[in-house]
Design a binder for this molecule. Structure first.
Ligand SMILES: [Ca+2]
Length: 192
């Protein structure tokens, strides 16, 4: 009986966390039009990982157009994002995202949104050209990567891509975060 109560409490906390997350995501100017949100990964606060980690998510499309979005809020160090990929399991050799590795050297095909004009935002950087507090950032692949994170409020990048309803998609990305702090957050999610 005690065990059941504990499990139940855990589920309630999980549900409350998810509802809080959805509300936070959909109640700002960057994401108010996104619905059907599925969380790929998130942290608040975020622990330190001063090297790229691979995040993989399997997504079943519910619309003919899907959007992937990344929100980063930093306290000290920036986040780095690179090699974002979306592939249909029915056609795995075809990359669906455009400029997922940021190799155009800019945010071509991505929409950038700086919520509430938050300060000290990032942008596209080239290999080892950017250091912060003696940590030198670098790309996971190629020359360029996205440096994410702003103070006070998260900044966002997102991209819409065509999908087929019911198809399963492999979503992958590499993220690095050499920082810390109880105000840091990262939300990686998919919606329509
Ligand atoms: Ca790259």
């Amino acid at each position: 009986m005690q065990l059941q109560l504990s499990v139940s409490n855990f589920k309630i906390k999980e549900i409350l966390f998810y509802l809080t997350f959805i509300l936070a995501i959909t109640s700002n100017i960057c994401t108010s039009t996104i619905t059907g949100i599925q969380m790929v990964d998130s942290c608040f606060p975020c622990s330190t990982f001063p090297y790229y980690i691979l995040i993989i998510y399997i997504y079943q499309a519910i619309s003919n157009v899907t959007r992937i979005a990344f929100a980063f809020k930093r306290q000290n160090y920036y986040f780095a994002l690179d090699s974002v990929s979306v592939r249909d399991y029915a056609a795995p050799s075809t990359e669906i995202l455009n400029n997922g590795g940021f190799e155009t050297g800019d945010l071509t095909s991505w929409i950038y949104c700086n919520q509430n004009n938050a300060s000290s935002t990032g942008g596209i950087k080239s290999n080892t050209s950017f250091s912060y507090n003696s940590f030198t950032y670098y790309s996971q692949s190629g020359t360029y990567y996205y440096l994410g994170g702003s103070n006070i409020s998260a900044d966002y990048i997102s991209q819409s891509f065509p999908t087929k309803i019911g198809h399963e998609y492999n979503i992958s990305m590499w993220v690095m975060f050499p920082g810390s702090g109880n105000l840091t957050s990262a939300n990686l999610f998919i919606g329509v």
